[in-house]
Design a protein around this ligand. Structure first.
Ligand SMILES: NC(=O)c1ccc[n+]([C@@H]2O[C@H](COP(=O)([O-])OP(=O)(O)OC[C@H]3O[C@@H](n4cnc5c(N)ncnc54)[C@H](O)[C@@H]3O)[C@@H](O)[C@H]2O)c1
Length: 272
């Protein structure tokens, strides 16, 4: 997938962030920095990558470093993103996978403001703080070269996790749907700001995917099973690897002319 540089992935202690981290390492990244609030999950992801002994595109082992970071803490984000860039020497890819889902009983009229703020803070503000911190570093560095064909490549590439719910809505999802629509908007406007500088910013919009987020909540699992049976043309849930492959495509050189876009990976759900 042409990702020879250094990646930072939030939410990589679980689910889709973990799959992305494993895929960067598999596809030749020089190093991956893993951010999550869950220290145990981070250690598991690191162990899963280290046991594979991946060799990067430059012939050296892929470096894996972990940080317990809360993406809603802007000062902490700014400080630790700088530390990562110093440690690696540059920062080529940022993936904003940290996120939470929540169902508001009774819908928008009865949604607790505390839960609304929590979801908006993690899914939207966290993505914004990470984007800011990484973009400031990426804009100052030289473009990386393609390992395949020498095409002029990027200074940096950012992939934000939106969702099919960045385009459509499901009931009782007041804060989640709002946050994901906003992530699509943030992606579009920020991509405009830096397109000519060689910083690309895109979003990924997964459909229903089997991860702890969807499988650990009986409520979300039940909605997902019903939706798959009625509305997903492929009649199945997606697997984390199918999302990670899309993210690594958007991050690397094969998508060199793609910016401001949202890649929907949903088994055909949205078109229906
Ligand atoms: N699973 C799906 O079907 C699906 C569909 C569409 C979009 N998404 C999006 O994909 C992303 C990843 O979801 P997932 O399914 O892997 O969920 P997950 O629950 O398996 O993983 C999310 C990770 O984010 C971390 N996290 C939560 N709050 C954080 C914070 N404040 N700071 C740092 N890390 C934090 C969690 O600890 C967890 O490790 C989310 O943004 C989610 O909204 C998932």
């Amino acid at each position: 997938m042409d990702v020879p540089g250094y990646a930072l992935i939030t939410g990589s202690g679980s689910g889709l962030g973990r799959a992305c981290a494993q895929t960067f390492a598999r596809d030749g990244a020089a190093g991956v920095a893993l951010f999550d609030v869950n220290a145990e999950g981070l250690a598991q992801t690191k162990a899963l990558i280290d046991e594979k002994n991946h060799i990067s595109a430059s012939g050296k082992p892929c470096r894996v470093i972990t940080f317990v970071v809360d993406v809603t803490d802007e000062d902490q984000v700014s400080k630790i993103v700088s530390e990562v860039a110093q440690e690696f020497g540059r920062l080529d890819y940022l993936v904003n996978a940290a996120g939470v889902a929540y169902k508001h009983v009774g819908g928008a009229a009865f949604a607790e403001s505390k839960e609304w703020l929590r979801v908006i803070n993690i899914n939207l503000n966290g993505t914004f703080y990470m984007l800011k911190a990484a973009a400031r570093i990426m804009l100052k560095q030289d473009p990386i070269l393609s390992t395949f064909d020498g095409r002029p490549l990027q200074r940096g590439s950012i992939v934000n996790f939106a969702s099919i719910q960045g385009y459509i809505a499901t009931p009782l999802s007041t804060s989640y749907v709002t946050s994901k629509h906003a992530v699509v908007g943030l992606t579009k406007t920020a991509s405009e700001d830096y397109a000519k500088e060689g910083l690309r910013i895109n979003a990924i919009c997964p459909g229903y995917i089997e991860t702890p987020m969807t499988m650990d909540s009986p409520q979300i699992r039940a909605v997902m099973a019903e939706k798959i049976a009625s509305s997903v043309p492929m009649l199945r849930a997606g697997q984390p690897q199918e999302i990670a492959d899309g993210v690594v495509y958007l991050s690397g050189g094969r998508s060199s002319f793609v910016t401001g876009s949202s890649l929907v990976v949903d088994g055909g759900y949205i078109q229906r």
